[in-house]
Design a binder for this molecule. Structure first.
Ligand SMILES: NC(=O)c1ccc[n+]([C@@H]2O[C@H](COP(=O)([O-])OP(=O)(O)OC[C@H]3O[C@@H](n4cnc5c(N)ncnc54)[C@H](O)[C@@H]3O)[C@@H](O)[C@H]2O)c1
Length: 361
């Protein structure tokens, strides 16, 4: 059954017809209760033709400037390579469009800071594609921590990418259309594995660590092991409220994919495990409260985080609802955390203050 549409739909232009657009955003725009796939822009003409034939946006564009000049486009999804995010998000804001930019928000602290200034000056809504925030289990955990856990003691977060990840995701995802004419950054951004993996996966992990602890990470120290073509970052976090945190990013593990967290507080605790996002299945999250000595675990009937993040973004734009998704401050904070992890790992574990960090990862 299609999801009933609301009377007012956000007219979205999607930039990029690559894998993330084909697997997540195009379908999400079409299914969303308050969103409309109005336009698609893709630099590779053959890819644009094939993907537009499948998803039937009202307008198709080869050039981003032309899509931005269309007054019917109210909001843009920037679904292109990481290195292009900040610049193209900035152009959308300059054209008066709201933005959903894929994670990471940028690849250096400086470009994220510039984007933050532009968002504040524009009054427009920018959201970063940290889709985990829209998992019903994560939503339950955040509310539980806000309302019931009391003071926070410690929080652990981990992200283990499986050696079998691509076999699993190939089984889940539709066949992705490709082209020899796609626009990508010069060089191969995936060849620097350390950098690529931190931006790809560390961005999710650092956002979840801030979102659930609901306290800023002020300092961190990090160790990196690179062995047998595997990478493992162990990171100690110091939160502003005095609680302790830990991140473990391991790519890859000879085991199952795991993204999870354990959070300990004054009056309760939280355990969570999130499946690979492409399952569209809510995370398994249980919260224990000493108020009633019971665990609560939501049955998240709708785990489509990619669609729900667009609906949340559109609710903020169209109805002024509070932004649940990651905003520009969150995108910058996540970038600072990743840059600090890289600086600290380079000095074999010195503490790094996040407010003093600059550059990339
Ligand atoms: N949130 C998630 O779970 C998740 C998952 C996967 C990927 N991503 C993110 O999505 C982003 C895109 O990933 P991808 O694999 O689709 O990238 P990709 O580079 O394979 O595809 C991007 C497409 O955009 C087009 N493009 C780039 N610049 C353009 C421009 N200026 N004008 C017109 N077309 C342009 C390219 O031709 C290409 O077809 C990355 O930042 C990645 O980190 C997020």
């Amino acid at each position: 059954m299609p999801i009933p549409k609301e009377s007012r739909l956000l007219r979205i232009g999607v930039l990029g017809a690559g894998p993330i657009a084909q697997i997540a955003h195009l379908e999400a725009c079409r299914k969303g209760r308050n969103t409309q796939l109005y336009a698609l822009c893709e630099a590779a003409p053959d890819l644009l033709a094939r993907v537009a034939a499948m998803h039937r946006p009202q307008r198709s564009f080869l050039h981003y400037a032309d899509m931005l000049a269309d007054p019917n486009v109210e909001a843009v999804i920037v679904g292109v390579a990481d290195q292009f995010h900040a610049k193209l998000a900035l152009q959308a804001l300059e054209a008066g469009k709201h933005v959903l930019v894929e994670k990471p928000m940028g690849v250096t602290v400086e470009e994220c800071e510039a984007l933050r200034e532009a968002v504040i000056a524009s009054g427009l809504t920018l959201q970063v594609g940290h889709n985990r925030r829209f998992d019903p289990g994560v939503i339950h955990a955040r509310r539980f921590i806000q309302e019931k856990i009391g003071g926070l003691i410690s929080a652990q977060f981990w992200y283990y990418d499986s050696v079998h990840r691509y076999t699993m995701t190939d089984a889940l995802q539709p066949l992705v259309q490709t082209s020899t004419q796609v626009l990508r950054p010069t060089g191969d951004p995936k060849s620097d594995r350390r950098r690529y993996l931190m931006l790809a996966h560390g961005s999710h992990l650092t956002d979840t660590a801030r979102f659930l602890a609901q306290s800023e990470i002020t300092r961190l120290r990090s160790r990196l092991l690179e062995r047998l073509d595997r990478r493992c970052w162990f990171v100690d976090l110091a939160y502003a409220d005095g609680s302790l945190g830990h991140l473990d990013l391991t790519v890859t593990v000879a085991g199952d994919f795991e993204e999870g967290f354990r959070i300990q507080g004054e009056h309760g605790s939280v355990n969570g495990r999130l499946p690979i996002s492409w399952y569209h299945k809510a995370g398994f999250v249980e919260c224990f409260s000493t108020a009633d000595d019971l665990y609560t675990r939501p049955l998240g009937q709708d785990g489509h985080g990619y669609r729900r993040q667009l609906e949340g973004w559109a609710d903020t734009i169209l109805q002024g609802k509070e932004q649940w998704g990651a905003g520009v401050h969150d995108g910058l904070a996540s970038m600072r955390a990743m840059a600090a992890i890289a600086r600290s790992a380079a000095t074999c574990g010195d503490w790094v203050a996040l407010d003093s960090v600059s550059g990339g990862v």
